[in-house]
Design a protein. Structure first.
Length: 395
């Protein structure tokens, strides 16, 4: 709900018009926190009581969301709410990485994949409901600073619910396991560099994890390019409250994506045992390549909405396979660092891909050519996975 409302405030706000490069800059500001906070989140989540970290993160996020809402309602220059929201989204990294690292402490290993699927299903439903609520509030009040600021402010209630839910866990219940992994804050900060290195080494030591991260990374790159393509396409058709244009169209696209995630979360636990994680990822990437060429490249409203559904389905399938690999094959002492490394690299990739697409579109004026170029990333990912499967891994 917060991110959808923020998109309405920045990307589809008639009072704050943006061109492709400005939109890409906005994405950079919104996703930079994931890149810079991720390593610190991993180091801290593997050393401090995760319950305490998650509680504090949600309280801080609550305050910052309210501050963002205030700057929007007051009509403050765009840079100010972006900087405040940057911090709020950065803190969210602790919440998302903490969830992934803590899950093995609340379910048996044999239930990791079904539990991830249940969480993904819940997330898809909540994502759709949150985006729908933001669209409804902004549509009712108006696509301007007041409507967007109000929607952002209401979303703060959800962060409060997160904080209250964490009170139910006893101290230390969510890990980390080793009581010796609780140094000072300065030691945790110093551990960032070592954490990234250790996380990368842990990933490289497992073909399964390396394969899943290649698949996730490639999909994230294409997602970055497609997000800019979708926003520009919707802005071009903005008018008259159309369901395939402007902020309403953006809400419909999010809903289609959430539906794809929901279906994937339902089917993936049935698919992975039959195909295995590697084969599931390869099939998902190949299918995404076809969707990119046939449905995204035409840059037409109905195919784009279908693509949002199908690409979200493929991406969620890859993510569920990847989460299971990291939670099962990576030991608890390094799990938070691996999740943080994943977030850091992938969000840098998202921003870079969105920026590259913006430059491409600005130079060529063609959304279609940008979509076709992005499809090549899926092929590169398939070749990389094939090469990874042939390498030797030292125990």
């Amino acid at each position: 709900m917060f991110q959808a409302a923020l998109s309405g405030a920045i990307l589809f706000n008639p009072e704050r018009h943006s061109d492709p490069l400005q939109i890409a800059a906005g994405f950079a500001i919104l996703f930079a926190p994931y890149s810079f906070v991720g390593p610190f989140a991993g180091a801290i989540l593997d050393r401090w009581d995760r319950r305490f970290v998650l509680f504090v993160a949600n309280v801080l996020r609550l305050v910052l969301i309210l501050a963002t809402a205030a700057t929007l309602v007051l009509g403050v220059n765009t840079a100010v709410p972006l900087v405040v929201s940057l911090t709020a989204i950065g803190i969210s990294r602790f919440v998302l990485s903490g969830l992934g690292a803590s899950l093995p402490h609340v379910v048996e290993k044999s239930w990791i994949v079904p539990t991830n699927a249940a969480l993904a299903t819940s997330a898809a439903i909540c994502s759709g409901l949150g985006a729908g609520a933001a669209v409804a509030i902004i549509s009712a009040i108006g696509e301007g600073d007041t409507g967007s600021g109000t929607a952002v402010g209401v979303s703060a209630v959800l962060s409060l619910i997160c904080a209250l839910a964490l009170v139910g866990f006893r101290r230390g219940f969510l890990g980390p396991d080793d009581a010796r992994l609780h140094p000072s804050g300065l030691a945790a900060v110093k551990a960032v560099g070592a954490g990234l290195f250790n996380g990368a080494r842990a990933v490289w030591s497992s073909k399964e994890v390396t394969t899943t991260l290649v698949g996730l990374g490639v999909h994230r790159l294409v997602f970055g390019a497609n997000t800019l393509i979708f926003v520009l396409s919707l802005n071009q058709r903005d008018g008259g409250g159309s369901a395939t244009g402007g902020f309403i169209g953006f809400g419909v696209a999010i809903g289609c994506g959430a539906a794809g995630m929901f279906i994937a979360a339902t089917l993936t636990p049935l698919i992975i045992p039959k195909l295995g994680r590697r084969r599931t990822i390869v099939i998902a990437l190949a299918a995404a390549f076809v969707v990119q060429l046939t449905l995204v490249a035409p840059v037409h409203p109905i195919p784009i909405l279908a693509a949002a559904f199908l690409l979200s389905f493929a991406g969620q399938t890859i993510k569920l396979a990847g989460d299971a690999a990291m939670q099962i094959d990576i030991d608890d002492a390094h799990r938070g660092q691996v999740f943080a490394l994943q977030d850091t690299v992938f969000n840098i990739g998202f921003v870079a891909a969105a920026a590259a697409a913006a430059v491409w579109v600005s130079a060529s004026g063609s959304l279609t050519s940008a979509a076709i170029a992005a499809s090549a990333l899926y092929l590169a990912g398939l070749f990389a996975i094939a090469a990874n499967n042939r390498r030797d891994v030292q125990d």
